[in-house]
Design a protein around this ligand. Structure first.
Ligand code: NAD
Ligand code: UDX
Length: 471
């Protein structure tokens, strides 16, 4: 079967870029991306796209209105399509059974039910969302129990491996595309139809075909392993700070071993993002459900270490600032969970700033991309700052790094935006404008600490022991 029309349910960080790239690379296929959120769809149809990703505008503007459409008419797009990507959110459950670790599959289920209800012809349904292993089985059961006569649904698993900030280059040139299918004649035919879409631009040897369950589990496994590397280097960063070893040197020395490799060994204030924590907890829940407590505890430790890393950094800041930050002005550089994105989900900055607010510091924040409304939403905390007005008592959002650092007692680098590097910012100017002693805490290892110390700064860096105290 050759796919001519694609529908993608969910116009978020994954559905939007992924299906825009399919439209870009396959001009003969009509792609319609739908969402229930009218504001999001309006933004996709405007000059101001709802998410920031380098290169995304070029792709969208090249194909929008030609073979790429954004709409809230979910039913029509479902009905017209031969193949439907389900790319809705699967957050961690907040209440009920499995709260705090299991994935909330309510959005996947409602999208699946909608497909069953409105489809008047057979479809290939592709799980793009990250889901627990065996979710495809539940989707199949729902579809088969609710569909009209003589309609069949073939389910595929095609997890997405793009990282935010590099989504377009990741999609143009993926390490691999993974497509899982039931090992039946029809399942394999559906798998082949999706392989043919990707091979418009992805070399065939990078397309991996597996059974459904391996594909679902591989997505959770890949994220767990990536996050585990970060927690491992962050655990070592604590030992470095205590001993005088330098975490960058340790990471480099270990990463030069070709069996280990250099990537994902950058120590930091802790990983953030909508995926790592959620997907590990999802794996933990799966292990618990299969009565594998040791396996669950093993993976949970990756998340525990990440929380510890954030706590440790906050303690280091407070203890260095003479054990109190009450009324001190703290300049925070960065709010996004990593550079080149406006996404703040699970960003370490949220935890850090909430802690600073609890200590009654005056926080002045600058981030080049994050929307101000998002910052307030992330920082509202019942009992501490339960409204925007309450947050504003402790937080000022600034329009430049220089403005945030003016008269500050300390600068804390939380996101590794290139513009915060000492090759871009004039740190002498910042030093001159700060209260003395002027402290800098580098949570991303992006600054040249010896150079800043020469200017007069007291510099503290994750994973580096300050042998001269705060000098
Ligand atoms: P998102 O929250 O940005 O987007 C999901 C969209 O789905 C929302 O706009 C929501 O309104 C819409 N939606 C929910 N239910 C719907 C329904 N029934 N009908 C129509 N629209 C509906 O989420 P995201 O970051 O794009 O993530 C989507 C999935 O992809 C998740 O499972 C996530 O784990 C996975 N994933 C995310 C990333 C990432 O970097 N963000 C990477 C790989 C995989
Ligand atoms: C991740 C996976 O990389 C991607 O394959 C998957 O599809 C979605 O989840 P993402 O969360 O967008 O992507 O970004 P990623 O680059 O993985 O960074 C996640 C977090 O880890 C960020 O906060 C980042 O700053 C941090 N990180 C990353 C480190 O602290 N050190 C590193 O060495 C790498």
């Amino acid at each position: 079967m050759t796919v001519k029309k694609i529908c993608c349910i969910g116009a978020g960080y994954v559905g939007g870029p992924t299906c825009a790239v399919i439209a870009y690379k396959c001009p003969g296929i009509q792609v319609t991306i739908v969402d229930l959120n009218q504001a999001r769809i309006d933004a996709w149809n405007s000059d101001n796209l709802p998410i920031y990703e380098p290169g995304l505008e070029d792709v969208v503007f090249a194909r929008r209105g030609k073979n790429l459409f954004f709409s809230t008419d979910v039913d029509k797009a479902i009905n017209d399509a031969d193949l439907i990507f389900v790319s809705v959110n699967t957050p961690t459950k907040k209440t009920g059974m499995g709260a705090g670790s299991a994935a909330d599959l309510a959005y996947v289920e409602s999208a699946t039910r909608r497909i069953a209800e409105v489809a008047t012809s057979s479809k290939i349904v592709v799980e793009k969302s990250t889901v627990p292993c065996r979710t495809a089985q539940s989707m199949r059961t729902i579809l088969e129990a609710n569909c009209r006569e003589n309609i069949r649904f073939d389910i595929l698993s095609n997890p997405e491996f793009l990282a935010e900030g590099t989504a377009i280059t990741d999609l143009f040139n993926p390490d691999r595309v993974l497509i899982g299918a039931l090992q039946t004649e029809e399942g394999l035919k559906a798998q082949q139809a999706l392989v043919e879409i990707y091979t418009h631009w992805v070399p065939i040897e990078r397309v991996i075909t597996t059974n459904l369950w391996s594909s679902e589990l591989s997505k959770l496994a890949a994220n767990a392993m990536l996050a585990q590397r970060i927690s491992s280097i962050n655990a070592l960063s604590a030992i470095c700070e205590a001993t005088g070893a330098d975490v960058d040197e340790v990471a480099y020395a270990c990463g030069r071993d070709s069996r280990i490799g250099p990537k994902f060994l950058k120590a930091s204030v802790g990983f953030g993002g909508s995926c790592f924590q959620k997907d590990i907890l999802n794996l933990v829940y799966l292990a618990e459900q299969f009565h594998l407590p040791e396996v669950a505890a093993y993976w949970r430790q990756v998340v525990i270490m990440n929380e510890y890393q954030k706590e440790r950094f906050v303690h280091r800041i407070i203890s260095t600032l003479f054990n109190t930050i009450t009324n001190k002005k703290i300049a925070v550089l960065g709010f996004a969970f990593k550079k080149d994105t406006g996404d703040t989900r699970e960003s370490a900055a949220i935890t850090l700033i909430k802690d600073f607010i609890q200590e009654h510091a005056r926080v002045h924040l600058y981030d080049p991309k994050v929307e101000h409304a998002q910052i307030y939403m992330d920082l509202i905390e019942p009992g501490v700052a339960d409204s925007k007005a309450q947050v504003e008592k402790h937080l000022t959002i600034c329009s430049s790094a220089y403005e945030a650092c003016q008269d500050a007692d300390a600068v804390v680098v939380v996101t590794e935006w290139d513009e915060f590097k000492d090759t871009h910012l004039d740190y002498q100017k910042i030093y001159d404008s700060m209260h003395k002693p002027a402290f800098i805490f580098d949570g991303r290892l992006i600054l040249d600490a010896p150079k800043l110390r020469k200017m007069g700064f007291k510099v503290e860096v994750i994973g580096k022991h300050n042998l001269a105290g705060t000098a």
